[in-house]
Design a protein. Structure first.
Length: 488
């Protein structure tokens, strides 16, 4: 029997937000504003790094700039480990999300007011740290709105994903306009304002969130605080030493993020598979997550090149002139969110209508990865030469990006919450984001090999590798589903 406190409604009966639990609206909103600020800033970040000083940029070499963007993006997802750990051991998910969003806002403020490379050095780490906390906990809290058997879960995550993309659509448009007309720092300042609105909206709706989101799942014992505090200090000292000696530098940031992410992911898998708190059934489901993790990393290593290769491609290969007006480079980043907004409700409706007959998660992952590889092959059909590619032709390629994303990303968030061991709920979400961290850092590393004057081999090889990875997963669907032990 389900019990509730006075004034609450059982989640399975609450259909106040488009058929979904009403607290989804608050999480939808805070993630929308966070993504507005995140993608708005990221839409102008790469060109800020490699544009010359006369154009308002920092004049960094393009290969180094793409590596920095990839490393930063990977660090965002890597930081979900810390965000999840703080939620599970110290603050609970609801408070962690609030403080993390506040740190994101401070990072955007640093980019807006601190000049030159110092602003990057201060702002990007703060945004990465805060975004990691927002991502892990917002996703986990959406999962907390549904009972395990509630078939609205995937549709709810699709709606949540639509909120993300509403923010991702408007962010680059507005920051790009301010960058073009006022300067880069005005664009960064607008991102800070967006995050402020998100904090205000989240604060107003906090009381509606389930009580379970305020509970610390595995509280840190007072005797352990000194040990973990010492480990944190040691980490900061080691990192400072590596930066000071040049062992870690702007040219190899992506490699370091890739290495750290692989080690962290392996450690998490070992921890969950060997923990005495994990049952045999839960352990089987963790094993099922391994091939999904690997395939997801492959997918995101291509998808996240929207912020590296596709940005350079848009700047140098795409004809953005319409009469007397030239479309800002960052506006290309708003094409994909438009398609998400249009098609996410369609996917949600289809999965809801199909119910238990919808394709299993491994099939969705496999199809999404094959489509992502096919999107890269489509670049080979576009004309060569400087500023010769139509914006509409590029939009057609990005439509395939979108369809691939909708097959893999919302179901990925959903299945992670279903496969998670009870004692590692939020940290399992962090493990999912580690696969995106790995893929994002790899996207920056791969982008260093992209040459607009000789791109055939680049698009061909990467596209075929992704298609092969998707096909392998599809062929392994049956054993993976057996390991999933009833999770669809």
């Amino acid at each position: 029997m389900t019990t509730t406190t006075q004034g609450e409604e059982p989640a399975q009966l609450d259909r106040g937000f488009f058929g979904q639990p009403r607290p989804l609206a608050n999480l939808f909103g805070v993630e929308m504003w966070e993504r507005f600020s995140f993608y708005g800033m990221q839409g102008i970040l790469l060109i800020y790094l490699y544009y010359s000083a006369s154009e308002g940029g920092l004049g960094i070499d393009k290969a180094t700039a793409t590596g920095i963007v990839g490393a930063y993006g990977g660090t965002v997802y890597l930081a979900t480990i810390l965000g999840a750990w703080i939620a599970d051991r110290v603050l609970g998910r609801e408070r962690t999300l609030f403080y993390a969003a506040s740190i994101v806002m401070l990072g955007h403020i640093a980019l807006a007011v601190v000049p030159d490379i110092a602003g990057i050095a201060i702002g990007l780490p703060l945004i990465a740290l805060g975004s990691g906390g927002v991502k892990a906990n917002a996703t986990s809290m959406v999962g907390a709105l549904y009972a395990p058997e509630d078939e609205r879960r995937d549709a709810g995550f699709s709606l949540f994903y639509m909120g993300i993309n509403i923010g991702a659509f408007f962010g680059p448009l507005l920051t790009g306009w301010f960058q073009e007309n006022k300067g880069f720092h005005y664009g960064f300042g607008l991102a800070a304002i967006g995050m402020f609105f998100g904090l205000v909206q989240y604060t107003i709706g906090r009381r509606r969130l389930p009580e379970s989101t305020r509970v610390v799942a595995n509280p840190l014992d007072p005797s352990e605080r000194l040990k973990y505090g010492g480990a944190l200090v040691a980490f900061v000292v080691v990192l400072a030493a590596l930066l000071a000696t040049g062992v870690v530098n702007s040219g190899n940031l992506s490699d370091w993020v890739i290495g750290v992410t692989v080690v962290a992911a392996l450690a998490y898998f070992v921890l969950m598979l060997t923990s005495s708190h994990v049952t045999a059934l839960e352990r089987s489901r963790v094993w099922a997550f391994v091939p999904l993790f690997i395939t997801n990393a492959v997918f995101w290593s291509l998808y996240q090149q929207q912020f590296t290769v596709v940005t350079v491609y848009s700047d140098e290969r795409v004809d953005r002139v319409f009469g007397d007006w030239t479309m800002p480079v960052s506006w290309v980043q708003s094409i994909n969110p438009v398609f998400i907004i249009l098609f996410a409700p369609v996917f949600a409706a289809v999965w809801t209508r199909m119910g238990s007959r919808q394709p299993s998660t491994p099939v969705k992952f496999g199809v999404g990865t094959v489509l992502m590889g096919a999107a890269f092959l489509l670049f080979l059909l576009l004309p060569s030469g400087e500023n010769t590619v139509s914006v509409f032709a590029l939009a057609g390629v990005l439509l395939v990006f979108t369809l691939a994303e909708l097959f893999i990303s919302p179901p990925g968030l959903s299945v992670t919450t279903k496969l998670a061991p009870q004692q590692f709920n939020t940290q399992m979400v962090a493990l999912y984001f580690l696969s995106i961290a790995l893929g994002t850092a790899m996207s920056g590393r791969l982008a260093e090999y992209y040459d607009p004057d000789d791109e055939t081999g680049y698009f061909l090889i990467i596209g075929l590798v992704a298609i092969a990875a998707g096909v392998v997963l599809l062929l392994c669907t049956r054993p993976i589903r057996k390991l999933m032990a009833g999770v669809h």
